[in-house]
Write a protein that binds this ligand. Structure first.
Ligand code: CAA
Length: 383
């Protein structure tokens, strides 16, 4: 078993770490304070291939593997979780779905714009009354001559209002439960598409989140992604990949918090010595680093399994579960190491603490990850 990264992966990781430190770290606190969508830095990320990491080069993407993708999301998240969320959603959901289910025309129309960062992609599954119970969605897509008419409202859409392409799950057969869901590609600017005001969130303020509404919104037949009735399975399979991205993001945020705590504990003195020399702090740092490493290994293994062509429902859910719970513990402990300073905006750890919280909620709560893993236990027995 070889755990080493390739020379190319190490070079990419180093280059993106330098980019993130130079371009994202200096603006992250201000973007968070202002709740401003980071178009300027996203354009730079697009130019580096970070907004189309696994999209093939013929569509303008970087054409990299999923292990590289996981490494790069971690690097961006270590600078700012909001950038990493936008990156993870546009890469891991719309682009991966276009690649797995899109027609040639759909791929040609959208992938070059998304992969370059000219456009950002969004994913519209949840609704106000249905988050974990995703199949209970109520948005409808009524068949009409030449296309469909969408009606309903989607909630918690990352990049809502900013993104130009929305992947929308809607019911084409209201009585058929999960099997009545279909997926549509809807462009910003389509008549009948509206956006709510950005949600006022605990963290990740620059990754704007809003509702997206569809009011008598006509889309042509060519907007259907995959087949009618496949939409739920399409959404779930996208999340199998997306959850690897969120796990990487959680690892990155936790790493940033650990590094801030490590550096502070070396400089801060109490009772005549650096505070890391006290076992209470030294052991805390040791536990933080160990948990980060464990979550990273699970995340990279899930990415590696995906690269090998495996279904990763279980491994992605496990990686996201472990990484998100770890990130919450580690960022909590980082605030503790910095004491009162950790609770202020003088240091970035309070932002890491706030930003980590949603990793246990979006792309499936920690409880949903356990549901997925539980079901896979018995599915695996049946194989
Ligand atoms: N891959 C392929 N098929 C899958 C699948 C997967 N990972 N998971 C389920 N399916 C299939 C099942 O095999 C089943 O197919 P059949 O009907 O042919 O048997 C069908 O889908 C229905 O599956 P379930 O019966 O398991 O469905 P369920 O209603 O019980 O729901 C659930 C299961 C795991 C709880 C699911 O609803 C779920 O994951 N919920 C959470 C949704 C989520 O993560 N939302 C986040 C939204 S994205 C986001 O956060 C926004 C953002 O911008 C970041």
């Amino acid at each position: 078993m070889d755990f080493s990264l390739s020379e190319e992966q190490i070079a990419l990781m180093t280059a993106v770490r330098e980019f993130a430190r130079a371009e994202i770290v200096p603006v992250a606190a201000a973007l968070d304070r202002e709740g401003r969508f980071p178009w300027e830095t996203l354009r730079k990320m697009g130019a580096l291939g970070l907004l189309g990491v696994t999209t093939p080069e013929r569509y303008g993407g970087a054409g990299l593997d999923n292990v590289s993708y996981a490494i790069l999301v971690e690097e961006i998240a270590a600078a700012d979780a909001s950038h990493a969320t936008i990156m993870s959603v546009t890469n891991g959901l719309p682009q991966s779905l276009l690649l797995s289910h899109g027609t040639d025309e759909q791929r040609d129309a959208y992938l070059p714009k998304l992969a370059s960062g000219e456009w950002i992609g969004a994913f519209c599954l949840s609704e106000a009354h249905s988050g974990s119970d995703a199949a209970a969605l109520r948005t409808t897509a009524r068949r009409v001559d030449g296309g469909y008419v969408l009606d309903g409202a989607k909630a918690w859409v990352t990049s809502g209002g900013e993104a130009q392409l929305y992947v929308v799950m809607a019911k084409t057969d209201v009585g058929a439960g999960a099997r009545g869901v279909s997926t549509f590609l809807v462009e910003k600017g389509t008549a009948g598409v509206g956006f709510g005001k950005p949600e006022e969130k605990l963290g990740q303020h620059a990754a704007v989140t809003s509702t997206v509404t569809f009011d008598d919104c006509f889309v042509p037949d060519t907007a259907l992604l995959g087949k009618e009735g496949q939409g739920f399975v399409i959404a779930m399979s996208a999340l199998d990949g997306g959850r690897i991205g969120i796990a990487s993001l959680a690892v990155g945020v936790a790493r940033a918090a650990f590094e801030a705590a490590r550096d502070y504990a070396a400089e801060r003195t109490a009772f005549g010595k650096a505070i890391h020399e006290f076992q209470a702090i030294g052991f805390k740092l040791a536990d933080m680093l160990t948990q980060i490493e464990a979550a990273r290994l699970m995340t990279l293994r899930a990415a590696w399994l995906k690269d090998a062509g495996n279904r990763t429902t279980r491994e992605a859910a496990m990686a996201k579960l472990v990484a998100s719970e770890m990130a919450n513990r580690v960022t909590h402990d980082a605030v503790q190491v910095l004491g009162g300073y950790g609770y202020t905006k003088d240091y970035p750890v309070e932002r890491y603490f706030r930003d980590a919280r949603v990793t246990e909620i979006y792309e499936g709560t920690r409880e949903v990850q356990r549901m997925v893993i539980h079901r896979q236990i018995y599915r695996d027995l049946d194989r």
